[in-house]
Design a protein around this ligand. Structure first.
Ligand SMILES: C[S@@+](CC[C@H](N)C(=O)[O-])C[C@H]1O[C@@H](n2cnc3c(N)ncnc32)[C@H](O)[C@@H]1O
Length: 208
């Protein structure tokens, strides 16, 4: 049972996917609020949540900023759940939920002020391609902010190897994640680590 649920973290679908989305909306709340309170969110313009799952982060973003908020996920079930979660603001046009992959974002070049991604980077099998694609969509000076609860130690050890093997995902140390930003041309990279709750926020800026 646990396995069926866990398997749905990568691309939620069906009954187990629906349960997983509920669970993620609940258990990622604290981490999401912690990270958004530490991000310099634009007051207007456009913010994208990449791998938005059930749309709770989108909802919080919408309360925190007057910007247009986009939720993007490649799972059709996530899109429909995120649409439900943000029904009112989707109706009035401030929020848009779009089905797309991180490798081909539905945004024009240089159109997004800030991209946020919570607990999703692990599933990007081609992380460089994803970071480049996000950079394409960001405006010069725009930021990418990656939030993770699974954090590897700098010596390569970590306590999530079993789930990583099961889900065929990759989790990063702060240094590895920072290198991913650097390798893909982001500047002013900032790292924040919450030792008590073992979670990290790594942010970088697309150069002007
Ligand atoms: C662990 S869930 C996190 C969901 C949400 N951000 C949260 O914190 O509750 C990972 C999400 O990333 C999405 N995802 C994974 N790979 C993706 C890709 N290549 N393109 C778009 N979305 C992706 C999955 O569908 C899933 O909704």
């Amino acid at each position: 049972m646990i396995k069926k649920l866990t398997a749905n973290a990568r691309k939620p679908s069906g009954i187990w996917g629906r349960l997983m989305i509920k669970k993620m909306n609940a258990t990622h709340y604290d981490m999401t609020v912690w990270s958004l309170n530490n991000i310099n969110l634009p007051k207007d313009g456009a913010i994208a949540d990449i791998g938005c799952g059930g749309g709770r982060c989108v909802r919080i973003l919408n309360k925190m900023s007057e910007a247009e908020i986009f939720g993007v996920d490649y799972s059709p079930l996530c899109v429909s759940e995120a649409l439900k979660k943000n029904k009112g603001s989707v109706k009035n046009g401030k929020v848009k939920i779009l089905q797309a992959s991180v490798y081909k974002l539905p945004f024009d070049d240089c159109s997004i002020d800030c991209a946020v991604s919570v607990e999703a980077v692990y599933f990007w099998d081609e992380p460089d391609k994803a970071f480049c694609e996000i950079k394409r969509a960001l405006k010069p000076g725009g930021s990418l902010n990656i939030v993770c609860e699974m954090v590897k130690n700098d010596d390569g050890t970590g306590s999530h190897d079993e789930v990583a093997d099961f889900l065929k995902l990759k989790y990063y140390s702060i240094t590895e994640l920072k290198e991913l930003f650097e390798r893909n041309g982001y500047k002013s990279i900032n790292t924040l680590y919450d030792e008590i709750n073992t979670r990290m926020l790594v942010s970088g800026i697309k150069p002007e």
